[in-house]
Design a protein around this ligand. Structure first.
Ligand code: SAM
Length: 277
């Protein structure tokens, strides 16, 4: 069969002309068209497209969520993350303890209120959230953070070997989207009380991970924190979560912070009615 030398492709709104397997032209026409048709009506450092939707036809929060969130917000308003701010060497527009807008103080506050013995994080990157999650852990608590890349290889990592010395912080380089990897860590995951998902945000990785999570026999139903829920690729992921949930964006990351009472029961939004429709 004659080998095709020129290919014209348009997967996901990216128009590409390839020659012998190499890109000659790559044009992301979709975002460009969108910006032209729907220009941002104001100026900001960073803008993202999102969508708002009714909540009466979505799953409501639970009483458990409310009982954790309210004191956690108070805590987030008062706590400090000076050590974390000092450690960040990359040039951020604002320090990690910027709040609201960034989620690090909310993460630390949720740990301070819940006092979980096992926190699982997906997406270590430079380690900022791992450090925030570790700050108010109980003495017998542990943060286990997963990434595809080890923190030592991550540019601008703010972790040091010392952070792992007390064994209250552990990193595994593995992909929990893979059901086999999930099986390997099943005993650990069963113990998780707080799970923070801050990984690919491509709308592909998260549904795989969440499907795997549904197979875990948790000792105690965990709370799940999902980052970037207002970003376009994450809108469907968030909407389709069938458990009680709270959109905490105004008190977390400006790109969206969602809290889920995994396996919980929604409250009665209107007394005498069911929490979901
Ligand atoms: C936005 S960064 C995480 C930031 C970090 N949580 C923080 O706040 O400091 C996303 C990270 O997720 C990792 N990642 C992407 N897909 C993953 C997967 N399937 N499993 C684990 N980590 C993944 C990436 O390598 C990257 O380091």
């Amino acid at each position: 069969m004659k080998r095709r030398q020129v290919e014209i492709r348009d997967p996901d709104g990216v128009f590409r002309i390839r020659w012998r397997g190499r890109d000659l032209l790559r044009w992301s026409w979709k975002p460009q068209l969108l910006r032209r048709v729907l220009p941002a009506p104001f100026v900001a450092r960073h803008v993202e497209y999102s969508l708002i939707a009714s909540t009466d036809d979505d799953v409501q929060p639970s009483e458990r969520l409310l009982n954790i969130v309210l004191p956690a917000l108070q805590q987030a308003a008062n706590l400090r993350l000076d050590d974390l701010d000092r450690r960040v060497s990359v040039n951020l527009s604002y320090p990690p303890s910027w709040w609201p807008g960034e989620h690090y103080r909310l993460l630390a506050a949720l740990v301070a209120i819940m006092q979980p013995r096992c926190v699982v994080e997906i997406g270590t990157a430079a380690g900022m959230s791992a450090l925030a999650l570790k700050q108010f852990l109980p003495p017998d608590g542990q943060v286990v953070t997963f990434d595809l890349i080890s923190w030592q290889k991550y540019p601008g990592a703010c972790l040091t070997e010392k952070d792992f010395a007390d064994h209250r912080l552990i990193q595994y380089t593995d992909d929990l989207c893979d059901p086999n990897a999930m099986q390997r860590y099943h005993a650990l995951l069963c113990q998780a009380e707080l799970i923070f998902v801050d990984a690919a945000k491509d709308g592909i990785m998260e549904p795989k991970f969440l499907a795997n999570l549904r197979q875990v026999g948790f000792v105690k139903p965990p709370l799940l924190i999902l980052d970037d829920i207002r970003v376009w690729t994450m809108l469907k992921v968030w909407r389709e979560i069938p458990y009680p949930k709270f959109d905490l964006t105004s008190f977390g990351h400006w790109t969206g912070t969602g809290l889920v009472d995994w396996l919980g029961t929604p409250w009665e939004s209107v007394p005498g009615t069911k929490g979901t429709r």
